[in-house]
Ligand binder design. Structure first.
Ligand code: SF4
Length: 476
């Protein structure tokens, strides 16, 4: 099997310090790296006196999701995106929701998928996806692959989204701004001590880089994970609102995101929703104009209303959005006020749908019923046949007419992964149907921007409603 760390790709942003030592200038950590060693992130190494990227083109499976997955509510709501995640991180947060990929030592060669920039763009084009999202572990440490692929994608009219903890150097941000259209920055806390202790980074470069993006005029949204009893108090909301209102602008959409126990921080509970609601109210009272809750279903705090006439413009349920009162130009459909929602020109490409499965051949059907906090799955389908095939999926509802089947066309040999998330309160689950020659597998999604690595048992439901892989602390 191919070893993912074997080949290096020339890295950008490096200084030669002499005696074969190089300094990486990609993140504020500025690692000084001796020959044969690697940096803190474990994906940039010194090979024969030059810095190389070890994760260029190495990725988790490309996955179709929705833009809401990335805490982006004011850019083409409901858009389908192609999420690309990689290996490594310049931080090491105690609660990391993607620790199986962000911490490179846990990544097995068998977990890694290989893509070229052209292949990523080709997947998006063939599946009618207009946004590529650089996400999950953290795109900062994938700098060369992100910037090269994003530039290629733009030539095809594709928009690039960058979801990051943004512990990044000023020079690296300068290189991103020409190719990235949307920045979704996760500010872990407004407390310097918290940053040092919990994330192993420091706060000042994160805030400076966020301001740099704001000044550039690129689309920016910010979010904060409200960790139970650590950062879910009113002080976090106040400090965040002060930063956004004074150093960015009150129009910048701000998200307070619900936490789930994970990685080294499992001896706690999910953030109580009333604390999130209180945080939102504090930020609104301090003058922020668009404040949302994340990872909370059944809440009006994820909807958008016109700030002039009060009309309901967008409803959101989980990771899905419905546009009710928005013009194609992003204005209120009732009063015409600019909703500050950027739109992608032209009709949104939609998948074909059919009322019934084709009867010309049998289909294998597998399903998952939403339960507890698991209200989404990643579905992977693979066409092992030598000819193109079509697979189908649809939602199951508790009443009314059955939903239509959504068709996905696969090339011979193609593997495709996509998210299915609960989009209505009366939906009970999802089913996927594949013809002979194709296989499917389901992976339970626990909160957004989380790449699940544990496979659910296909065809059965809910054997495990806590699907997260367990972190076992090393004994030495
Ligand atoms: S990107 Fe990696 S190697 Fe470079 S400074 Fe940051 S942690 Fe160090």
């Amino acid at each position: 099997m191919r070893k993912w760390q074997e080949e290096g790709y020339p890295a950008r942003l490096q200084d030669d310090l002499g005696d074969g030592v190089v300094q990486c200038r990609l993140s504020p950590r500025n690692c000084r790296i001796r020959p044969g060693q690697h940096g803190f992130c474990m994906v940039r190494a010194n090979r024969d006196g030059t810095l190389v990227s070890l994760n260029y083109g190495r990725s988790v499976h490309a996955t179709e999701e929705t833009i809401e997955t990335e805490a982006v509510f004011h850019f083409e709501p409901g858009a389908r995106i192609l999420s690309m995640g990689n290996i490594g991180c310049m931080l090491n947060c105690d609660y990391c929701h993607n620790w199986k990929t962000s911490q490179a030592r846990f990544v097995a060669d068998s977990d890694v998928f290989y893509y070229t920039p052209a292949e990523v763009v080709d997947i998006a084009v063939r599946h009618g996806i207009k946004v590529i999202s650089w996400t999950y572990n953290d795109p900062v440490v994938w700098h060369e692959f992100v910037t090269e692929t994003a530039a290629l994608a733009r030539q095809k009219g594709i928009v690039n989204l960058y979801k990051s903890a943004f512990f990044i150097s000023e020079k690296a941000v300068e290189e991103l701004i020409p190719v990235i259209d949307i920045f979704s920055v996760s500010i872990k806390s407004m407390d310097a001590k918290y940053y040092r202790k919990i994330t192993k980074g420091w706060i000042e470069p994160v805030l400076a880089a966020t301001e740099q993006v704001y000044r550039s005029g690129r689309h920016l949204e910010v979010s904060t994970l409200m960790v139970t009893d650590l950062s879910d108090g009113e002080d976090t909301a106040r400090d965040m609102a002060r930063f956004v209102g004074e150093r960015l602008g009150p129009e910048v959409p701000t998200h307070f995101v619900r936490f789930h126990p994970d990685y080294k921080m499992t001896n706690t509970i999910r953030t109580p929703v009333d604390r999130l609601e209180r945080a939102r109210q504090v930020a609104l009272d301090m003058g922020l104009e668009h404040v949302y809750l994340g990872n909370v279903y059944d809440t009006e705090a994820a909807n958008t209303w016109c700030r002039a006439c009060g009309a309901l413009q967008i409803t959101r349920y989980g990771l899905n959005a419905r546009l009710l009162g928005l013009t194609p130009e992003g204005a209120c459909a009732r009063c015409g006020t600019d909703a500050r929602i950027r739109r992608i020109p032209g009709p949104a490409p939609a998948r074909p749908v059919v009322a019934d499965l084709p009867t010309s051949e049998p289909h294998d059907v597998a399903g998952f019923d939403w339960e507890g906090d698991v209200r989404a799955v990643h579905i992977r389908v693979r066409n092992d046949a030598e000819t193109p095939r079509s697979v189908y999926h649809r939602r199951r509802r508790s009443g009314g007419a059955p939903a239509e089947w959504v068709r996905i066309d696969l090339r011979a040999g193609e593997s495709y992964r996509f998210i299915a998330a609960q989009s209505l309160s009366d939906e009970i689950g999802v089913v996927v149907a594949v013809p002979p020659g194709c296989v499917s597998s389901l992976h339970q999604v626990f909160d957004r921007a989380h790449f699940p690595t544990t496979e659910a048992e296909a065809g059965t439901v809910n054997a495990d409603v806590t699907p997260l892989p367990l972190y076992v602390r090393p004994t030495r």
